[in-house]
Design a protein around this ligand. Structure first.
Ligand code: FAI
Length: 536
């Protein structure tokens, strides 16, 4: 039996300490306290706002008998404040100490913190600004009151004002143990989260400005991995129905599922892969005349095309493989118009993702309640690292961003012509998003054969050829992209036999000379990118 928990009772609030950076809703909240006869003590800016709202406030400096000083770095850091937050008045020796030292307890503490995260987002290169936004007194008060949930209630977010107000009103100024312990847990979560952001910012600053000369790439790896992300959503299940699962962090910054059932675990994975491919064809970075459609299934693109309209792009992407897209995820990089909606409506797809949807398009697409519609609010920009769990730890890496544009080199006697060049660039961007070993055949700016997930490159090549033939595509005059180098010349042979005329690949094999010779012998042009796009 937990005797500590069993003796917890309602506490009558007589004295409240309020010190908030975010002052939204604070005047209304304080008014309720005032009406319940609760004395309010506040720091400078908060006291000012409350007084402007006609409330009677005692300044913290009156309680501490010390002025707020050092640009506000010291305001509440005083035994008359922290004694009042940490005391257990029900314990005789504590009660005696309070009386001897003239300290009065606080039963309610309302504090929210300097916005450190906003500060570093708004001014990422201003360390002085970041430092001034590290709140010290606030977390100290929050942690003290949260530890003392036996005798105090701590409120750290304006979203909790209504429930606390309601309880205080219904209990004539008292507050129960359930609310106190729940808010204490929220308070510790807030301060730990807050400290993690500071830790990461300072570690990044140290790495960027004070690391020893050496490998610049290595200095970007964090010395300690800290992940702290609030729960975003509990999912019905994970990859399979017997696995429980949840989403953490803030995917809502990037996407909004506004129609259909809740997104599932596998949906999140597919949407993420589709978004990353879409970001490589960002609408502002391609010709305004071009629209992208990418169809994903099980995290793998099964058809991608860039065309003069979204409807045309869909037809071409779908034609790549007319079996796999059923129940798949379709991404467009432009607003979905009625023609596109009519075209995609011909098959069942789980999710349609786009930056926006025309009203007429929505009318048609929302008819099916089991098809999720997702709006893209923001494209990923490659600034976030990729983190995976492995047995016993985590793997961390920077996002695979960029395409090796600066390191391109034609290595064969034959140069690709301008049409082939365009087609190669398209295929290279697509192959980056195909699971390794990956081979993509393209014609113009559409995929016609995708070979994916094979443990050797020659099988990936054969699979791509086989799929192209199965769906009636001629590979004659096509181009080919390979996510990593050809270890042997046989990959070039398969490409040539199929009719392909140009290849893009990273290069870097010890047999590159043989591979280049084979391409020259077969009259194929070949570009080395100097950059690999493995996707394990
Ligand atoms: N240093 C201190 O003693 C201190 N005590 C409270 N604060 C913070 O000052 C802010 C409120 O200040 P004001 O009421 O002056 O607007 C709150 O975000 C609170 O967390 C402090 N500021 C920073 O550390």
């Amino acid at each position: 039996m937990d005797t500590f928990l069993n003796q917890l009772a309602d506490i009558k609030v007589k004295r409240a300490l309020i010190s908030v950076f975010d002052k939204s809703g604070i005047a209304e909240f304080a008014r309720t306290l005032h009406e319940l006869g609760i004395e309010i003590i506040s720091t400078g800016g908060t006291a000012e706002i409350l007084r402007e709202n006609g409330l009677k406030i005692t300044d913290v400096s009156e309680v501490t008998n010390f002025p707020e000083c050092l640009d506000g770095r010291v305001k509440t850091l005083h035994p008359h404040i922290h004694g009042g937050l940490l005391a257990r008045p029900g314990k005789k020796d504590h009660a005696d100490t309070l009386a001897d030292l003239g300290i009065e307890p606080f039963e309610l503490v309302v504090v929210n913190l300097y916005p450190f995260q906003d500060a570093i987002t708004q001014k990422p290169d201003d360390t002085g600004h970041a430092v001034e936004n590290i709140d010290i007194g606030g977390p100290a008060m929050i942690r003290a009151a949260a530890k003392n949930f036996e005798n105090a209630c701590v409120v750290t977010n304006p979203r909790n004002y209504p429930s606390v107000t309601a309880e205080l009103k219904s209990k004539n100024g008292s507050i129960g143990a359930a609310q106190r312990i729940r808010l204490a847990s929220e308070a510790f979560r807030l301060t730990s989260h807050y400290d993690l952001h500071i830790t990461e910012k300072l570690a990044k600053t140290a790495n960027a400005h004070f690391s020893e000369p050496g490998d610049e790439k290595i200095s970007r790896v964090p010395g300690h991995l800290t992940i702290s992300a609030p729960s975003h959503q509990t999912l019905r299940y994970g990859e399979n129905p017997h696995q429980s699962a949840g989403v953490f962090g803030n995917p809502g910054e990037f996407i909004e599922c506004f129609h259909g059932k809740k997104l599932s675990y596998n949906n999140y994975l597919d949407i993420d892969s589709a978004l990353q491919l879409g970001a490589d064809f960002h609408p502002d970075e391609i010709s305004p005349e071009e629209s992208l459609c990418a169809i994903f299934k099980h995290n793998i693109p099964c058809g991608v095309a860039l065309a003069g309209s979204s409807a045309e792009a869909w037809e071409q992407a779908f034609a790549t493989d007319t079996v796999s897209p059923f129940g798949g995820v379709i991404l467009f990089n432009r607003k979905v118009d009625p023609d596109t909606a009519k075209a995609v409506d011909r098959i069942f797809s789980e999710i349609i993702i786009a930056p926006d949807f025309d009203e007429d398009a929505l009318e048609l697409l929302t008819e099916k309640s089991n098809r999720r519609l997702v709006r893209i609010k923001k494209w990923p920009d490659g600034s976030r690292p990729h983190i995976r769990t492995i047995t016993g730890g985590y793997l961390w890496q920077e996002a695979d961003f960029g395409f090796g544009t600066e390191t391109r080199e034609t290595v064969t006697q034959l140069e690709p012509d301008s049409n082939q060049q365009k087609s190669l660039e398209f295929a290279w961007k697509v192959v980056k998003h195909v699971k390794s070993n990956a081979i993509v055949y393209a014609s113009g700016q559409r995929t016609i054969g995708i070979g994916t997930g094979q443990p050797n490159r020659i099988d990936a090549s054969r699979l791509a050829v086989q799929k192209a033939r199965e769906f009636g595509h001629s590979l004659n005059k096509s181009v080919l992209a390979s996510d990593a180098f050809f270890p042997f010349a046989d990959g070039v042979e398969v490409a040539a036999e199929s009719g392909s005329r140009a290849i893009i690949q990273p290069g870097g094999s010890i047999r590159d000379d043989e591979v280049i010779q084979k391409a020259d012998d077969l009259g194929i042009s070949m570009i080395f990118t100097g950059l690999r796009h493995f996707r394990h």
